[in-house]
Design a protein around this ligand. Structure first.
Ligand code: NAD
Ligand code: DAU
Length: 353
């Protein structure tokens, strides 16, 4: 791989994208990093305030559904790589509005693939189209077993079906047009800057504001949690050393049943807020289950560890404590993203709470 790169990161103003951008901008000052983001409800330039003036960082407000906007960014920067994170990312919203997920996640991805194919066709060497995907494409596990790169796709939500479809298109562009693609499928991320619609930041915000903690179903659903900076490190490794047309699973080797995680979070929050032990647990409320709720996810990440030497570096207890500290120290950020449209979404999603 050449020493200098010009990389478009789509969805760079979102949760994971902002950590990827920060890592690449600071570690590779000789690269140009272009953040291409439409700034939907989930995109927030506040996430990048600390690096926005770096000489190798550029922001372009553009929508992956609008071909001419992507072409304009290509014409301006002549990128040799794309790290594609832009997506609709929340399962509950996909149940409310599946078509939004079809447009952004499927059509948006194919649009991006088409522009890259067209612009790079004459010289595909040292190009890279890196597609960031999810373990949810594999469906649900029972009590045992792990998702490997060979597990068949069996998506159960409109979100995971849209991501599965986008993965298939990326793969097909590799096979049909020789586009140098790589795909990664990652487990649940947590950490600073995550929008408070996802379990951990939603519950942190509700503990701060003393609202009920809505646990879906019996609370015994299991997720494999990975600290977002470890995911960004994995993306860095795979971007530089991963093989074209390969898929790599990324996970935390860190399974938690939701209710156990929520109780751990409650204890941590009580400790940090100086509450009497047990205060936050009283907010736990079992609510109607999510339709099509996948029982368990667990990733076998041995391929990326054995082939590329990546593994998670931060323990869950340490990562969760850092996450809680970040939200407590960034009350303004939290307030700004939980006004207006957020309140409307919250009411619709949790009205039976
Ligand atoms: P996010 O919702 O926090 O951010 C998505 C970003 O994409 C936002 O900045 C938004 O403005 C932008 N975006 C949305 N639609 C766009 C469009 N049409 N054009 C341009 N930009 C658009 O998402 P996230 O949680 O950071 O996830 C990033 C990626 O990683 C997604 O592809 C998601 O499927 C995948 N992923 C997420 C997780 C997780 O736990 N969050 C785990 C595995 C994989
Ligand atoms: O596995 C990777 C995926 O992880 C990513 O691809 C998705 O973008 C990301 O949103 C995440 O999906 P989940 O559906 O697993 O995450 P979420 O935080 O929405 O839910 C985690 C678990 O907590 C899940 O079992 C549902 C449950 N839950 C969630 C919410 C929001 C609740 O019990 N109550 C809630 O209010």
């Amino acid at each position: 791989m050449p020493n200098k790169r010009t990389i478009i990161v789509t969805g760079g103003a979102g949760f994971i994208g902002s950590h990827v951008i920060r890592r690449f901008v600071t570690r590779y000052p000789h690269y140009k990093i272009i953040n291409l983001d439409a700034l939907t409800y989930a995109g927030n330039l506040e996430n990048l305030r600390d690096i926005e003036n770096a000489p190798n960082y550029f922001f372009e407000r553009a929508n992956i559904l609008h071909t001419e906007e992507i072409q304009g960014v290509f014409a301006k920067y002549d990128p040799d790589s794309i790290i594609h994170l832009a997506a609709e990312s929340h399962v509950d919203r996909s149940i409310l509005s599946p078509l939004d997920f079809v447009y952004t996640n499927i059509i948006g991805t194919v649009n991006l693939l088409n522009v890259a194919k067209h612009e790079w066709l004459d010289n595909l060497s040292s190009k890279r189209f890196y597609h960031v995907s999810t373990d949810e494409v594999y469906g649900a596990l029972g009590e045992t077993g792990y998702f490997t790169e060979k597990t068949s796709y069996a998506p159960n939500s409109p979100y995971s079906a849209s991501k599965a479809s986008s993965d298939h298109f990326v793969r097909a562009y590799g096979e049909t047009y020789d586009l140098p693609v790589v795909i990664t499928n990652c487990s649940n991320n947590y950490g600073p800057n995550q929008f408070p619609e996802k379990l951990i930041p939603l519950f942190i915000n509700n503990i701060i504001t003393k609202r009920p903690l809505p646990v879906y179903g019996d609370g015994l659903y299991t997720r494999d949690w990975l600290y977002v900076k470890d995911h960004a490190a994995a993306i860095d490794h795979i971007f530089h050393e991963g093989k074209n047309r390969e898929t790599y699973n990324i996970g935390g080797n860190n399974e938690w049943k939701n209710i156990e995680l929520v109780k751990l979070l409650c204890r941590l929050m009580d400790d940090k807020l100086g509450n009497t032990p047990g205060t936050s647990e009283k907010l736990i409320t079992y609510v109607k289950d999510r339709p099509g709720h996948d029982r368990r996810y667990a990733i076998d990440a041995s391929k990326v560890e054995q082939e590329l030497g990546w593994k998670p570096s931060i323990s869950f207890e340490e990562g969760l404590a850092q996450t809680v500290d970040w939200y407590l120290q960034n009350g303004e950020w939290l307030k700004n993203v939980t006004t207006g449209a957020y309140q409307q979404y919250y009411k619709g999603q949790y009205s039976s709470e």
